[in-house]
Design a binder for this molecule. Structure first.
Ligand SMILES: *[C@@H]1O[C@H](CO)[C@@H](O)[C@H](O)[C@H]1NC(C)=O
Length: 271
């Protein structure tokens, strides 16, 4: 295990002993905005109503969702709802070492680094009469833009462990979610966190160390780990030159050094 595992174990103890108390000290973006009227079902729906609407924070209420909530809309062609945003060199980097409860509810500040929250993503991607797709926008150190597009995307409910379901891949970033198509594919994988190890790794071996929890190996990151797979955009800041980078996308963790990631959802109404 990496030498920096100590803060991670502290987080695990907090997760297990006082999950609610731990959540309270974190900054939340998921507080219900009952006083605000939803401006649409999601950013795509808002864009359909007015394609000149600017990018920014909006209040949405997906079809079937019980309460409205705030999201960051990227109003490029079609209108896209941001579900994850990461900037590796942020001045005050956001901690992605979090418990299940926080990955469920969301954390961070919408304009900056954040995780929208699994319950919101379920609501967004399982709307009756709307089909969702996913874009992963990445940028490497040379400012080269890389993109992975999946023509279908939805998550299972919490009872179904927020399992990842993806359609066909298109793009220039590589299909890291499906990996080699074998055991490293994350398609159908449940979500795992430090306090809920649901990955497909019973005894994983990487370089010189063995481990059984991908989240623990990644310092408490939450993701749809298989064993562990080729994608992880919620990883920790490397502590040593030989640690894998925060943003993993592809077969070789050191091949592509990425500086930012944005995950965006677009929905289209289906007859
Ligand atoms: C669409 O949005 C733009 C930018 O906010 C605004 O100026 C315009 O009035 C809106 N159009 C309609 C029809 O609401």
């Amino acid at each position: 295990m990496a030498a920096g595992a100590l803060p991670c174990l502290t987080t695990l103890l907090l997760c297990l002993w006082a999950p609610q108390a731990w959540s309270l000290v974190q900054r939340h973006l998921s507080a219900p905005v009952l006083e605000l009227q939803p401006q649409g079902r999601d950013c795509s729906h808002i864009w359909e109503t007015n394609s000149s609407a600017p990018s920014g924070v909006y209040v949405i209420q997906p079809e079937g969702a019980s309460t409205p909530f705030q999201v960051l809309c990227d109003m490029r062609e079609g209108g896209w709802t941001v579900i994850q945003q990461r900037q590796v060199d942020a001045e005050q980097p956001l901690d992605f070492e979090r418990c299940w409860q926080e990955y469920k509810q969301g954390f961070g500040a919408l304009e900056g680094e954040h995780w929208l929250g699994l319950d919101h993503v379920v609501a967004l991607t399982t709307q009756p009469g709307r089909r969702a797709e996913l874009v992963v926008d990445l940028e490497n150190r040379d400012k080269l833009a890389l993109q992975a597009h999946y023509d279908h995307f939805h998550l299972g409910s919490e009872a179904d462990l927020y399992r990842l379901h993806l359609g066909q891949y298109l793009g220039n970033a590589g299909d890291a979610f499906h990996g080699s198509g074998q055991v490293d594919s994350q398609e159908g994988s449940p979500f795992s966190t430090l306090d809920r190890d649901l990955d497909a790794c019973a005894l994983c071996v990487e370089d010189t160390h063995t481990f059984s929890s991908c989240s623990l190996d990644r310092m408490g990151a939450g993701w749809w780990y298989s064993n562990c797979g080729q994608a992880d955009l919620n990883g920790p800041k490397p502590q040593h030159p030989y640690d894998p980078p925060s943003l993993l996308w592809g077969p070789n963790s050191h091949a592509q050094v990425l500086s930012s990631s944005v995950m965006l959802v677009h929905t289209t109404s289906v007859p």
